[in-house]
Design a binder for this molecule. Structure first.
Ligand SMILES: NC(=O)c1ccc[n+]([C@@H]2O[C@H](COP(=O)([O-])OP(=O)(O)OC[C@H]3O[C@@H](n4cnc5c(N)ncnc54)[C@H](OP(=O)(O)O)[C@@H]3O)[C@@H](O)[C@H]2O)c1
Length: 262
């Protein structure tokens, strides 16, 4: 896809990966729409200085029931037609399943999966009408690599993978394409939270991470190339392949890092 002069909407657009993607879109002179609970004038100034045509910040809590309908009506009021939708907002849950709080699990599923599905559903009719558009869904290597302590978060990310693979087939004849991000460890606030939530029961020395800017650069190239999936390289790639093609070997290896007792 030609990514110049498009309108790109990024949920979680002020977070680590989302903001790095917003910078990529700005360098291609996009109109950039950032959707999250917070707001930043500083970020808006930086994106404009990088080349963004316009920057809109829409404050939304995507875990709320009315978030997607009210977001869509704000977009319509401002006559914003989205060419590239990047569903990136996410929350992390983790730990032994019986220790995770019901309200944390519900909120995470509402943001990571429910809002992603409903926002995609709401924005594709206009893309189908134009016979062009791109849906980019930020999943995780956790959507494929089943790791103890990641149960609920991994379930949300596996849901993102399945949803995106199904709509890919539906949308292709309509001229709309999809990209699944199988995101590896990225140095953001969420990456720090992994240590807090998982480290009680899981040794994390197998984790590695890259910068949000490096990952966003690869994602933006994958959008340009019309790739349907972006996967990590290096040790993360080996883990991903093992989990996909030799799950029992992967399970045996990962169980060495886990202990039920703290
Ligand atoms: N970092 C990693 O290692 C890693 C690995 C695999 C996948 N991912 C995925 O990458 C995506 C981005 O994560 P990140 O690492 O960049 O984390 P981050 O820096 O913590 O950013 C998360 C973003 O999501 C937004 N968000 C959270 N709850 C929200 C809500 N209720 N409503 C609206 N927006 C909400 C946050 O904005 P507000 O707080 O302002 O609302 C923030 O902009 C997530 O989907 C995550 O699962 C990350």
């Amino acid at each position: 896809m030609d990514t110049k002069n498009k309108t790109t909407l990024i949920t979680g657009g002020l977070g680590g990966i989302g903001y790095a993607l917003a910078k990529e879109a700005s360098r291609d002179n996009n109109t950039v729409v950032l959707v999250q609970r917070s707001k930043s004038e500083e970020a808006e100034k930086e994106l404009l200085s990088l080349g963004a045509k316009e920057v809109f910040q829409i404050q939304k809590d995507l875990s709320q029931k009315d978030a997607v309908p009210t977001l869509v009506s704000e977009l319509n009021k401002k006559s914003i037609d989205v060419d590239i939708l990047i569903n990136n907002a996410g929350l992390l849950t983790g730990g032994l399943i019986e220790d995770q709080k019901d309200e944390d699990i519900s909120q995470m599923l509402d943001v990571n999966l429910k809002a992603l599905i409903l926002l995609t559903k709401a924005l594709i009719p206009k893309m189908i009408k134009k016979k062009s558009g791109k849906i980019v869904n930020n999943s995780s290597v956790s959507g494929i690599m089943c790791i103890p302590c990641a149960s609920t978060y991994a379930a949300s990310k596996a849901g993102v993978v399945s949803f995106t693979k199904c709509i890919k087939q539906e949308l292709k004849p309509a001229g709309v394409s999809t990209l699944i991000m199988l995101t590896p460890g990225i140095k953001t606030k969420m990456y720090d939270d992994i240590k807090n939530l998982y480290s009680g029961h899981l040794k994390l020395d197998f984790l590695s991470a890259m910068s949000p800017e490096e990952w966003a650069g690869k994602v933006w190239t994958a959008i340009k190339n019309d790739d349907d999936e972006i996967t990590p390289t290096g040790s993360n790639k080996i883990g991903l392949l093992a989990a996909k093609y030799a799950p029992s070997v992967f399970e045996k290896q990962i169980s060495r890092y886990f202990s039920r007792s703290k």
